[in-house]
Design a protein around this ligand. Structure first.
Ligand code: GDP
Length: 290
């Protein structure tokens, strides 16, 4: 059964339904409250939590459980379906030639994710390259080069250049023989205009097949504005959630997915290049509710 890894509080509430074949309105209220608590503490946006819980409540009250289905399983199924409906499947990434652009604020984990994703594509038999265009953060070039080395993938950057757009252009030319170009960009501490201008120009040169927004799992309610701004400027096709090895549950990613009408591509689960997983809804939903 999906969702068997639930948090103790929600599981306790659901366990009270064991043996019941019908749910009372009170039962449903109690479950929905528990789910709201879990989602809010996982940093899911308040209005999304309300929308989800309204849908769950409505369906649990109106739909008839299929004959022989215990009430507990019936309501769990609804919760799961509603969350899957919102989160969706992982962002489609065909195993073929492509260019991926990474966007996000400084410290979100872009440089690390670029190397991780390159490593991931290399395990699928493709030849990837990381192109580092971050001329803003001191040390970004060295870090990217070192990580690309650890991932055993090709790398292009220019520590002497201050022109990220030119680096992107040259990077694509210099690595024209590879299959997958992963273009890392500079972040800033906040969504300043020059950051947005810069990434728009890079996007114009790179013409990515897929643009991914990299978000720290701890982002919380700030996800909405970031997602909106990056989506307006370059169009976001998917989200990468990093630092899921920490305590944060990554509920902000749901806001970003909802805001950009996209999906989740990858999860980052550590500092090493191999610490990356392709997104799959089940584990993530269990974690959100846990
Ligand atoms: P950027 O400024 O967006 O390029 O962010 P970096 O890639 O430099 O990452 C910022 C910090 O977060 C670095 O210390 C990384 O090692 C760390 N980091 C990135 N992804 C993860 C992750 O999935 N788990 C953990 N624990 N740390 C991460």
């Amino acid at each position: 059964m999906v969702l068997d890894d639930l948090g103790s509080s929600l599981r306790g509430t659901l366990d009270k339904l064991r043996g019941k074949s019908r749910l009372s309105e009170e039962d449903i209220e109690e479950i929905v409250k528990e789910i709201q608590r879990s989602l809010l503490s996982a940093d899911v946006d308040v209005s999304l939590v309300m929308e989800l819980s309204d849908n769950i409540k409505e369906r649990a009250l109106e739909e008839e459980p299929p004959a022989g289905t215990p009430a507990r399983d019936f309501v769990l199924r609804i919760v799961y379906e509603e969350l899957v409906d919102l989160i969706g499947d992982s962002t489609e990434l065909p195993l073929e030639e492509q260019t991926i652009l990474l966007a996000g604020l400084q410290g979100s984990g872009k440089t690390t994710s670029a190397a991780k994703m390159a490593w991931w594509f290399s395990t699928k038999g493709l030849r990837p390259a990381v192109i580092q265009t971050d001329t803003f953060r001191p040390g970004a070039y060295d870090q990217a080069e070192e990580m690309a080395e650890r991932a055993e993938v090709e790398f292009y950057g220019d520590p002497d250049s201050e022109d990220p757009v030119e680096i992107a252009r040259e990077g694509l030319e210099e690595t024209s023989e590879v299959d997958v170009h992963i273009v890392d960009t500079a972040g800033r501490h906040a969504l300043e205009d020059d950051l947005i201008d810069e990434i728009e120009q890079i996007e114009g040169v790179v013409e990515p097949d897929t643009s991914l927004l990299v978000l720290d799992a701890a982002i919380g309610q700030g996800a909405k504005e970031q997602a909106q701004q990056f989506d307006e400027s370059i169009g976001i096709d998917g989200v990468v959630i990093t630092k899921l090895d920490g305590t944060a549950k990554g509920g902000g990613a749901l806001t970003a997915v909802d805001q950009t009408d996209s999906s989740i591509a990858f999860l980052g689960t550590g500092e090493e290049v191999q610490d990356i997983e392709r997104f799959e809804p089940d584990g993530f939903i269990s974690r959100l509710l846990g």
